[in-house]
Design a protein around this ligand. Structure first.
Ligand code: GTP
Ligand code: MG
Length: 343
């Protein structure tokens, strides 16, 4: 299934109305006029948007443009309060910015996993007649209606979809790397084309809250720009990232001589990426040689690094995504490049 990557949406949200207060009287044997016993209405549910890194596009909103939270229940006799309307919690991907569609006002910038914003408040439940009894009026028939839930149109924008795009052959370990450096959970498997849709992960780059967003896309193969494989179409998802990170499988170094090895793989992927668009040529990039845990010779690795640096003309990092080695300096390297592109 080809998934569409949607980065803008407009939705109409409506919080639940508050329930009405109730007018009721106690009915007791031998008591001609029981006291007022109408309970309050329950509050209406809120509409809440909440970040979940399970999502990476706004596509769900295309199919669900109207979102409503539940109404509060009406009050009942015996002073029973109406049930509170359940909140409607709507998941959005990290990096979703919410605006009031009518005024343009910024409502929230939702970045962190679990971060949430109440976008429409539920109405208050009305008071029942039990609350209006006074010494003078022991049998009030007065009650309040619940107030209506807030209603508004909201524009969602998935901003800076990612800062860094991962590119590489299928099986290079892109998804493993994203899992190792963020809380995103793209599938990982030992066969090519495991990743079929883009995934985003937020990398916490330091303790001061600096972070960047990394996009994992399906692997690219030679001839991708002529339509081979899957990956080419997905390059558009990283067209707006500031930085590309080439992920190269370093373990092919110790395998047969048949393929081009890590250098040949890098050159092939870079050719496809640059064939995609002029924009790709403007991007800063870095190279990570992955799976170094599978290479026995340290000497061979350093040799490969030096060679790769000559061919790529960029910083090259030796990492093991699975073994979580070399990741701190890679993250630091990405930060430096990002800082340079922003500054
Ligand atoms: N030994 C070792 N294996 C790794 C490492 N990184 C990834 N792998 C393995 O390589 C295989 C492919 O990893 P993925 O992360 O799915 O690769 P991918 O680049 O996302 O692949 P596609 O989604 O198909 O493009 C899996 O079996 C991983 O467990 C590593 O650092 N060391
Ligand atoms: Mg993958």
């Amino acid at each position: 299934m080809a998934s569409r990557f949607i980065d803008r949406a407009k939705v109409y949200v409506r919080a639940g109305d508050g329930g009405h207060g109730c007018v009721a009287f106690r009915r007791e044997k031998y008591v001609p006029f029981g006291g007022p016993a109408g309970g309050d209405g329950g509050d209406g549910g809120n509409v809440i948007f909440k970040v979940s890194s399970d999502l990476n596009t706004l596509i769900d909103f295309k199919y669900r443009p109207h979102l409503r939270a539940a109404k509060g229940g009406h009050g009942q006799g015996d002073r029973r309060t109406g049930k509170k309307g359940e909140d409607l919690v709507v998941k959005v991907p990290p990096g979703t910015v919410l605006y009031d569609a009518d005024t343009g006002e910024l409502i929230a910038d939702l970045v962190h996993e679990g971060q949430e914003a109440v976008v429409a408040k539920g109405g208050k439940g009305g008071r029942g007649n039990a609350r209006f009894a006074t010494a003078k009026n022991r049998a009030p028939r007065r009650f309040e209606e619940g107030s209506p839930g807030e209603e508004r149109a909201i524009r969602l924008e998935l901003k800076s979809i990612a800062d860094v795009g991962l590119v590489g052959l299928p099986n290079a370990g892109k998804s493993t790397l994203l899992r190792a450096i963020s809380r995103a959970r793209p599938e990982v498997a030992s066969y090519p084309f495991t990743t079929l849709t883009p995934h985003l992960g937020v990398v916490e780059a330091d303790d001061e809250g600096e972070r960047f967003v990394v996009a994992d896309i399906p692997g690219l193969i030679e001839g991708a720009s002529q339509g081979k494989g899957l990956g080419f179409e997905f390059l558009r998802h990283i067209e707006r990232t500031a930085v590309l990170l080439y992920v190269v499988d370093g373990s092919t170094l110790s395998q047969s001589e048949t393929a081009g090895g890590p250098i040949g793989d890098f050159v092939a992927v870079r050719r496809e990426v640059l064939a995609y668009s002029e924009q790709m040529k403007q991007k800063q990039s870095l190279v990570a040689i992955n799976k170094i845990d599978l290479v026995d010779s340290n000497e061979a690795l350093l040799e490969l690094k030096a060679q790769m640096e000559r061919v790529a003309g960029k910083p090259v990092y030796l990492i093991s995504a699975a073994g979580k080695t070399g990741l701190d300096s890679l993250i630091q390297g990405i930060r430096d490049v990002l800082a340079a592109t922003q500054g």
